[in-house]
Design a protein around this ligand. Structure first.
Ligand SMILES: *Cc1c(COP(=O)(O)O)cnc(C)c1O
Length: 270
């Protein structure tokens, strides 16, 4: 799609800290309005885009304000942090957790305990470990497969050419409800390069959707964050993962989450 939507990666000026329920309500309404506007540009129904608020690094008090403003699912990048928050917020019985960061096999047991969704599946070892622990606990998990669409070594995810074989093998894991694909675009102020990552994910889905095994759905495209979600929506995102535009800028640089990205010339959110 030839649209000239820009990225917004200069996060600190743009995203003041949300400190009250009203702040969260306003930020959520602003983001929803931006989602709706991007949908209009792309001729899409806003009901086809789910907003996943991302609460990583934010303290429990902030998460509780977000909950009071209506958030019922929160995204967290790191398992240990998510687990701690889940444990201390048990009183919010209808709050669900989506783990959106890379998972080591030895932490699959923890994710199986508390998460409703895992968006960063990228190995059969992790799939097997999750499935085994989920079965033992009588639980299931919504799962997205992470794809590295930028070709950067710093990004997790399967290479596009590995995806077909990987998806064929996922039907062995009956506790995993495979819903689609997830990606992180290049961090770049060059919107055209960012857009290419999102378009690649959509094209992969179109190609692989027909031949996916029974029970494996490739409907969801989770792509786009505070700096680039409008471009992602124009390219077909069904889930956008938005942290800073809702919660406020993060104290930690993104290099904490994507270690090798710290030297990148386009990394501006630190
Ligand atoms: C932090 C994070 C996001 C959200 O980024 P923001 O800049 O806060 O919107 C999205 N996806 C993943 C995997 C993340 O770790």
């Amino acid at each position: 799609m030839q649209l000239s939507t820009n990225t917004r990666h200069e996060s600190h000026g743009l995203y003041p800290q949300a400190g009250s329920v009203e702040d969260f309500r306003r930020n959520l309404a602003d983001v929803q309005a931006r989602i709706a506007a991007a949908c209009r540009r792309a001729g899409r129904d806003p009901a086809g885009v789910r907003l996943l608020p991302v609460s990583k690094t934010k303290p429990e008090a902030s998460l509780r304000l977000a909950y009071a403003a209506g958030c019922r699912t929160l995204g967290e990048n790191k398992v240990q942090e998510a687990l701690g928050k889940w444990e201390s917020m048990q009183d919010l019985a209808d709050l669900r957790w989506s783990v959106i960061g890379h998972l080591q096999t030895n932490k699959a047991r923890l994710v199986a305990r508390f998460a409703s969704e895992f968006q960063a599946l990228d190995s059969l070892r992790v799939a097997e470990a999750l499935d085994r622990h989920l079965q033992a606990q009588g639980r299931s998990l919504e799962v997205l497969v992470q794809v590295n669409t930028s070709g950067e070594a710093s990004k997790y995810g399967l290479a596009p050419e590995e995806l077909r074989d990987f998806i064929q093998q996922l039907s062995a894991f009956s506790a995993l409800r495979v819903r689609g694909l997830m990606t992180l675009a290049l961090f770049s102020a060059e919107a055209a390069r960012v857009r290419r990552c999102f378009a690649l994910l959509r094209n992969l889905r179109e190609r692989l959707r027909q031949e996916a095994p029974a029970g494996i759905a490739l409907d969801e495209l989770s792509m786009g964050m505070s700096g680039d979600f409008e471009i992602a929506i124009e390219e077909g995102a069904t889930v956008v993962r938005v942290g800073q535009a809702i919660f406020g800028a993060r104290p930690l640089p993104d290099s904490f989450y994507w270690p090798a990205a710290s030297g990148s010339e386009t990394q501006e959110s630190a």
